[in-house]
Structures are given as C-alpha cells and as structure tokens.
Ligand binder design. Sequence first.
Ligand code: DQA
Length: 152
Amino acid sequence: MAKTPRILILNGPNLNLLGEREPAVYGRDRLSDIEKACARRAKSLGLAIDFRQSNHEGELIDWVQAARKSHAAIVINPAGYSHSSVSLMDALIAFERPVIEVHLSNIFRREPFRHHSYVSRVALGVISGLGKQGYLAALDALAGILKTEVEA
Ligand code: DQA
C-alpha cells in the first residue's frame, strides 16, 4: 500500500491568539479548533498532518528546511511574515515541493501593506479570506495534486 503523504501545516506569529485576537477580522475559532478540523479532514483524505505554530521566524525556517526530508507538501499561514520575510520565502523555494499559502482574512480587502506577500511568489496557490475553510480547501487541493503526482 502507498505511504500516507505527510503535510506540514505551519502558522506564523500571533496566530496562537486566534479566538481572542481581533475576532471581527479573524473569527472566533481558536487555532486548536482549526487543528482539529484539519486532522479530521486529512484523515478523510488519506493524508497525515503535522500542525505547528511559532512566533519566531528562525523556527519556522528550521521547520521548512527539515520538511525537505519528511513532508510531501506545506500549507502555511505565514501571518505577518508574509509581508516581510525574504528568508522564509527562500526556505520555501528550497523545499521544492507544493506550498499552499492560506490567510484567514482577505488580505486584499485590508491595508495596502498586506497586499504583497513574499510567500505568494513561491506558493502553488493562495487562499485568502475563507477563515478556517481555507485550511480545509488547501488540504482538499493537495489530496488531488499529490494523487496526480503519484499517477504521473
Ligand atoms: C493573516 C493576515 C496577515 O496580514 C496578518 O499579519 C496575520 C494573519 C491572516 O490569516 O489573515 O497575522 O495571515
């Protein structure tokens, strides 16, 4: 039987405060609610997930580097680092496998400085504005993409 593909789901700074932080923008779901929903969806799709959050750029980069040996794809909400981190972008380029960028809010309806994301240059796709559903949509897409890769 084929090995279950592992997906690394990364969350950047301040996302540990979800549910308390600006609920009008980010909703009432906590990060743990999103993790549970992702785990359920991944199971139903035949995927395994590792779900992590860090407030530290270097830690996110270390995780992306390590994933080169262990994960088939990355789903990442880089949070504020989307708009500032060339180093995170470089690590994602070196990953050389599918990356999907997710934002809870629609960054294009917000302040102009949020309209640019370094990570988008690397991402296969970007989902912005769908809240928790965006993470689930990313997993749905990856299940199809990884299956296509196996069949190719
Ligand atoms: C965010 C959008 C970013 O601009 C912001 O810095 C975040 C969260 C989102 O999920 O909507 O922290 O990535």
